[in-house]
Design a protein around this ligand. Structure first.
Ligand code: GLP
Length: 257
């Protein structure tokens, strides 16, 4: 796990864009895993401002979707991904996949989503945020560390966190469909971004805490190629910050994006 502490959300966006653009132009990234939430927005903005034609050839898979919101609801992840990713990065909408939260057979839809990822050759790089509960995707605490795409129930804390996107808390769905932790772990590389003090505890538990389903993000400790991009506030509860800075300052040339 490579932990990189940067000065601002903008620097995080630019650094993530360096990694993604280098993979997209050298051909090592053709399938991108995309995340919703506020955290990855600086990454998408940086990619938009440094757009290269190769971005338009990407296939993308989103992590999750609410159950019970129509795809054209402005806060469905179908809509959010279309607004924040597909259009600004000029992706082909036919190659942008979001789990189906309105399926009449939800279990089959989950199986189909897993198959679609597999048929695309798997995710080359997965962008992740982290929730205040330590969730990645919508894998809430006690999610199986080897779970696949499935329906989950949101925690009250996550519903409160996400209420800012809805007219009232009551309108935040109770259920979601999310790639499992096992699905996310199959991505060849993962890039987690987090900003702000509200994420400090979840980040510290994910990076330095015990491997535990109580903090689903801690499963990334088992990933062979995980990069964690943090601002100072999100890094504020880590204990080894001096070491992470030392590692970054002395990183070998091959580790630079
Ligand atoms: C959301 C999403 C996650 C996201 C997380 C944090 O509910 N399902 O994919 O990483 O919660 O969101 P934010 O980046 O807005 O803090």
């Amino acid at each position: 796990m490579q932990v990189i502490i940067l000065r601002s959300a903008d620097e995080i966006g630019q650094y993530a864009a360096d990694i993604i653009l280098s993979g997209v132009t050298d051909g090592s990234i053709s399938v991108l895993g995309v995340a919703t939430g506020s955290s990855p927005l600086p990454v998408y903005r940086a990619l938009e401002s440094r757009w290269v034609p190769e971005l338009a050839g990407l296939t993308a898979f989103a992590l999750d979707e609410y159950v019970g919101l129509a795809p054209d609801h402005p806060e469905s992840y179908h809509s959010v991904i279309d607004r924040e990713v597909t259009r600004p990065l000029r992706l082909d909408p036919a190659r942008v996949h979001v789990p189906d939260g309105s399926a009449t057979d939800p279990e089959q839809a989950c199986v189909d989503y897993e198959r679609a990822i597999e048929e695309a050759g798997g995710v080359d790089l997965q962008i992740l945020g982290i929730g205040s509960t330590g969730h990645i995707g919508f894998n809430e605490p006690t999610s199986s560390l080897s779970s696949r795409t499935r329906i989950k129930t949101l925690t009250p804390e996550t519903r409160r966190d996400n209420a800012r996107f809805f007219p009232s808390l009551d309108e935040v769905p109770l259920h979601c469909v999310t790639q499992g932790l096992g699905t996310i772990m199959d991505a060849r590389r993962v890039l987690l971004v987090a900003q702000g003090a509200g994420k400090a505890r979840a980040v510290a538990q994910a990076v330095e805490g015990p491997l535990s389903s109580m903090c689903p993000g801690s499963v990334l400790q088992l990933h062979p190629d995980a990069t964690i991009l943090l601002d100072e506030d999100a890094a504020s509860e880590l204990t080894l910050t001096d070491y992470y800075r030392f590692v970054f300052e002395n990183r070998p040339a091959w580790q630079r994006p």
